[in-house]
Design a protein around this ligand. Structure first.
Ligand code: ADP
Length: 541
């Protein structure tokens, strides 16, 4: 019985010991098992992480505390054109010596030293490429670096900036006006443009448009009467997006414009860019040229006519002289011939003068002359015409002699032309006056620019007069007032243009005045006077 009991006890004790031992071993076993599982899991996780790192498009690098490459991914190999076998274990700054001392090194060291994450963009000079980098501290010293190449984006942005800069410079410096407008439509009738607002203008805008400080404001605020066609044009461009080029007038602005308009931006914004030039001066010049051309054509027709006109009476008179036995009749015929000839000679002389003056071929033979002598010469030449028309001609000159430094022949030609016109453009039996006065005070008052007193010579008639809008034009070459032609008596529209040029050559000015058709005309010639000539030395007694 006792042996059995001992045996039982022993077994019990062994069991106990085993159990005891087992119980003590279990945690270690479990731990070992758990650790094994953990290791496997970590390997799987690392494998997964590695797979992710390998498939990333961004380069990924791990450097240890001694700046040695510990890990590089596939993207890094592609980006830098290396194989990892060639860099792993080597010092980063030995592999890329050009990066030493650059911002790159500074940022790497900062991340390592501060344990901070640093993000920055870096231009790597040797390759002329841009990289966006994110550097963060790795466990146990060293850094992890994530790199994305941004060269293309950088270049595109730089190009955009450069092109914007170029356009900006262009807009700022060009002579054309440029603005961006927002077209405003009638809410009740969305197809109808009613106004536009200025969003942006270039510096030339002001000079070209004549409007200032427009940005943010509406066209109608400046020009309430802006013509409908401008609104229609810009409205159409905003609606259809079809660019429009046109030249048009804005009477409201008093200018002509050459315009190119095109839609910009989102169609819903109804924005139109307008490139424009003020062509008012060009239009005027073109009109002027057309007008000159027209006058020249007219002149040629008149000229042919005027040269032909005296020929018929000349031929008739010649026949009379040849055939008539009557001496008195022959005399009269001779007078006619002489008159017609004088007329033709004057015409041809005028023509020659005009062409000489316009080629600058006339030179004044100036001398000290008295106004009275010049006027007397002109009156004498015009006398036959004045008398034939039955006009009354009177001359009023200042009592004291008025001295001029002038070409007497040319100046006489001036007054003769004015007198002839006064005679031609008055009905027979008219009154013609030549009145001269020295404008001493006026000249002084005008200031120091005019040291000598002026003499003002007015040739007045009570004839057909000149419409106000023609007063300046009568001095233009070949210009004749409509309706005056029948009275022109062989005039070609040259005389007054000669008058003006000759007076200007003498340092003077001429002006036409008239209260209008039927109310007579006045031509005012202003000339600088000269000192009297030095008295001739007295003969010795
Ligand atoms: P022309 O007399 O040969 O036509 P002018 O150059 O002398 O040319 O004159 C130009 C125009 O000016 C004339 O055709 C006429 O219409 C106008 N004119 C000139 N003088 C007078 C005047 N005294 N009264 C009215 N009209 C005039």
């Amino acid at each position: 019985g006792e042996e059995v009991a001992v045996e039982t006890l022993r077994r019990g004790a062994t069991d106990y010991v085993l159990k005891e031992r087992l119980a003590r071993l279990a945690p270690a076993v479990e731990r070992a098992l758990a650790e094994a599982a953990e290791r496997a899991e970590r390997r799987r996780a690392e494998g997964r992480a590695q797979a992710i790192l390998e498939s990333m498009s961004e380069a990924f690098v791990v450097l240890d505390a001694g700046w040695r490459f510990v890990y590089v991914n596939a993207a890094f190999e592609r980006m830098n054109g290396v194989r990892r076998g060639d860099v792993l274990g080597r010092n980063h700054w030995d592999v890329y010596p050009d990066a030493r001392g650059t911002r790159l090194e500074a940022e790497y060291r900062r991340a390592a030293a501060d344990g901070a994450t640093v993000e920055f963009e870096n231009h790597y000079g040797p390759w002329d490429r841009w990289f966006a980098l994110k550097v963060y501290p790795a466990d146990g010293g060293g850094v992890c670096v994530q790199v994305r190449e941004v060269t293309a984006a950088k270049r595109a942005a730089a190009e955009l900036r450069a092109s914007e800069e170029r356009f900006r410079t262009l807009f700022e410096s060009m002579d054309e006006g440029y603005c961006i407008i927002e077209v405003l439509f009638d809410p009740a009738d969305p197809g109808r443009a009613v106004d536009y607002r200025f969003l942006e203008v270039n510096p030339a805008f002001e000079a070209q448009s004549g409007m200032r400080d427009v940005v943010g404001r509406r066209m109608r605020e400046f020009v309430p009467g802006i013509e409908a066609h401008w609104l229609e044009n810009y409205g159409r461009v905003a609606r259809t997006g079809e660019p429009l080029r046109f030249a048009d007038e804005s009477r409201a602005l008093g200018r002509w414009f050459d315009v190119y308009a095109f839609r910009v931006g989102d169609p819903a914004d109804r924005r139109v860019a307008v490139l424009f030039t003020d062509i008012t001066a060009r239009r005027r010049a073109e009109d002027e040229l057309r007008e000159q051309d027209r006058r020249k054509d007219e002149f040629l027709a008149t000229l042919a006519h005027e040269l032909r006109n005296p020929l018929a009476p000349l031929r008739t008179a010649l026949q009379v002289v040849k055939l008539s036995p009557d001496r008195a009749v022959r005399e009269r015929a001779r007078d006619t011939m002489e008159r017609q000839l004088v007329q033709m000679v004057r015409l041809v002389d005028d023509l020659l003068d005009v062409s000489r003056i316009s080629r600058g071929k006339i030179e004044l033979r100036r001398e000290r002359v008295e106004l009275a002598a010049v006027v007397a010469q002109a009156v004498e030449t015009s006398r036959p015409l004045v008398d034939r028309m039955g006009h009354d001609l009177a001359v009023e000159l200042p009592a004291r002699p008025v001295w001029l430094d002038a070409d007497p022949t040319r100046l006489a030609q001036v007054f003769m032309n004015l007198l002839n016109n006064a005679a031609k453009y008055s009905d027979p039996g008219g009154r013609i006056r030549v009145v001269a006065a020295v404008k001493d005070e006026a000249a002084r008052a005008a200031g120091g620019g005019c040291p000598a007193p002026l003499v003002e010579v007015v040739v007045k008639d009570g004839g057909i007069g000149i419409p106000p809008d023609q007063l300046n034009r009568v001095f233009d070459l070949f210009s004749q007032v409509d309706g005056a032609r029948e009275k022109a008596q062989g005039g070609l529209g040259i005389g007054l243009s000669l008058v003006r040029r000759l007076v200007e050559m003498h340092g003077g000015a001429v002006e036409a005045r008239s209260d209008g058709p039927g109310r007579g005309s006045e031509f005012v010639v202003r000339l600088p006077t000269a000192d009297p000539p030095a008295p001739a030395p007295r003969p010795h007694a």
